[in-house]
Design a protein around this ligand. Structure first.
Ligand SMILES: Cc1cc2nc3c(=O)[nH]c(=O)nc-3n(C[C@H](O)[C@H](O)[C@H](O)COP(=O)(O)O)c2cc1C
Length: 242
């Protein structure tokens, strides 16, 4: 059942040395293309990184070494208006400098990637997203020859799991699901309960144990701004927030 497969998802960060064939990777990417796309812009591209030197460089630039050295396949997923610009220029100029255009492309690439991820998991592979691509987006864009109009969002490592993490408990569905109107009151009770669940999970999971909970982790994560270079990088690549 697809729902059971989806609920079994846990990111894999160490893979067995089993490469995926080019045909298999292509099959997964084709599956990804069948995700819905806002206005059918299909504002995404995937770069299949097979060159060992580039893999090594990516491992360093994303600061996720173990995953890149063991993955059976590595894709870098990008927002892409370059191709649309090429096509549209045949008739008229396009403008993708609005915040809305950024949201459209970011949504498109996320749906594309998640569909690839589920397709890979349906074949028994493990996956992990690597947002670490945005640690050094300029260098990674140079490495992959990305033109203006293209911006890397994350990588996806795919492979045969060598380590399988436990499924992370999600927020109780009531915390993210509302009927007719947003109910913010319920968080006063739901969040402490979830924090207890996460504290137990963090203390008992098989690797990277810690005495923390969800609220504390989020406070640490969102307590200070991250990747402040992204605005300038995106503007340099032709995106904007008008
Ligand atoms: C957009 C995105 C970027 C991510 N970046 C990284 C990353 O750089 N390194 C990493 O180890 N995990 C990364 N992850 C994986 C998340 O940490 C993981 O999905 C989350 O903790 C939930 O755990 P689960 O996927 O095992 O259920 C990323 C996930 C997403 C969706």
């Amino acid at each position: 059942m697809t729902i059971d497969l989806i609920k079994k998802h846990a990111s894999v960060r160490k893979y067995k040395p089993v490469p995926l064939s080019a045909a298999e990777v292509k099959e997964l990417v084709i599956a990804g293309q069948h995700a819905a796309s806002s206005n059918f812009v299909q504002a995404y591209s995937a770069i299949h990184v097979t060159d060992p030197t580039k893999k090594e460089a990516l491992a360093k630039l994303t600061v996720n070494a173990q995953q890149f050295s063991t993955a059976g396949a590595i894709l870098v997923l990008c927002m892409d208006y370059y191709r649309i610009e090429k096509g549209a220029n045949l008739t008229e100029k396009i403008d993708y400098q609005n915040a809305e255009d950024l949201l459209v492309a970011a949504t498109d690439v996320a749906l594309f990637t998640q569909t690839i991820a589920i397709a890979a998991e349906s074949k028994g592979y493990g996956i992990c997203y690597i947002g670490g691509v945005r640690n050094n987006p300029t260098e990674i864009s140079q490495l992959l020859g990305l033109p203006k109009g293209v911006a890397p969002m994350y990588a996806l490592t795919i492979g045969v799991p060598d380590e399988q993490n436990e499924v992370k408990p999600r927020l109780p569905v009531e915390a993210i699901f509302h009927e007719n109107e947003y109910d913010g009151e319920k968080y006063d009770t739901l969040i402490p309960t979830y924090d207890e669940t996460m504290n137990e999970y963090y203390q008992s999971r098989s690797s990277n144990q810690k005495n923390s909970d969800w609220s504390e982790s989020m406070a640490t994560f969102l307590g200070k701004p991250r990747r402040l270079h992204m605005k300038e990088f995106l503007q340099k690549q032709g995106f904007d927030f008008k």
